[in-house]
Design a protein around this ligand. Structure first.
Ligand code: RB5
Length: 152
C-alpha cells in the first residue's frame, strides 16, 4: 500500500467482522486506523456509522473512509448524501481502481455478504494506491453538487 494514511472505518453488524479484518491489515501495512464501530454483531443502524465516518473525512480527520455493511448499498447511499463525500460501492479491483482514478472517491463501501475477505483486501489495496487522474474527470466532479435540490 501507499505511504502512511489515516483511515476512518465504520460498519454495521453485517460488516463488523470484515471491518475488523481490514483494520488489522491496514495497521500491519503501517496505516493509522480510526475505528468508529460498530464493535459487535448486535443489530445496529448503518446510517449512524456512515455519518460518523463521513464526518471524519469531511473534517479532514481522515484521508479516506471505509464503510462495510451486508450489501454495501445502504452505506453507500448514506455516504453519498454528504456533500463532501464521493463514495464508491465496489465489488472488484477494477471498480476499485476506477472509483479512485475517475471519481476521486474518498469513501469506499464494501458488502461483506457479497465479496470474500481476500477480494476485499485486494480492493482495499488498489483503492489506496490509485491516484485520481484529474483532467476531464475533475470537470465532471465539479458538476456533482449542482442541482441537488429537489425539482418537485
Ligand atoms: C443489515 O441486515 C443490512 O440491511 C445492512 O447490512 C446493509 O446490507 C444495508 O444496505
Amino acid at each position: 500500500m501507499t505511504s502512511s494514511l489515516i483511515l476512518a472505518l465504520g460498519a454495521d453488524h453485517g460488516g463488523v467482522a470484515l471491518k475488523n479484518r481490514l483494520a488489522v491489515a491496514l495497521v500491519e501495512a503501517g496505516h493509522e486506523v480510526r475505528d468508529y464501530g460498530t464493535d459487535s454483531p448486535v443489530s445496529v443502524d448503518y446510517p449512524d456509522f456512515a455519518q460518523a465516518v463521513c464526518a471524519a473525512v469531511e473534517e479532514k480527520k481522515a484521508d479516506f473512509g471505509i464503510l462495510v455493511c451486508g450489501s454495501g448499498i445502504g452505506m453507500s447511499i448514506a455516504a453519498n448524501r454528504h456533500g463532501g463525500i464521493r463514495c464508491g460501492l465496489v465489488h472488484d479491483v477494477t471498480t476499485a481502481r476506477l472509483t479512485r482514478a475517475h471519481n476521486d472517491a474518498n469513501v469506499l463501501a464494501l458488502g461483506a455478504r457479497i465479496i470474500g475477505e481476500e477480494v476485499a483486501l485486494d480492493i482495499l489495496s488498489v483503492f489506496l494506491t490509485t491516484e485520481f487522474e484529474g483532467g476531464r474527470h475533475q470537470r465532471r466532479l465539479a458538476k456533482l453538487n449542482q442541482n441537488t435540490e429537489p425539482t418537485s
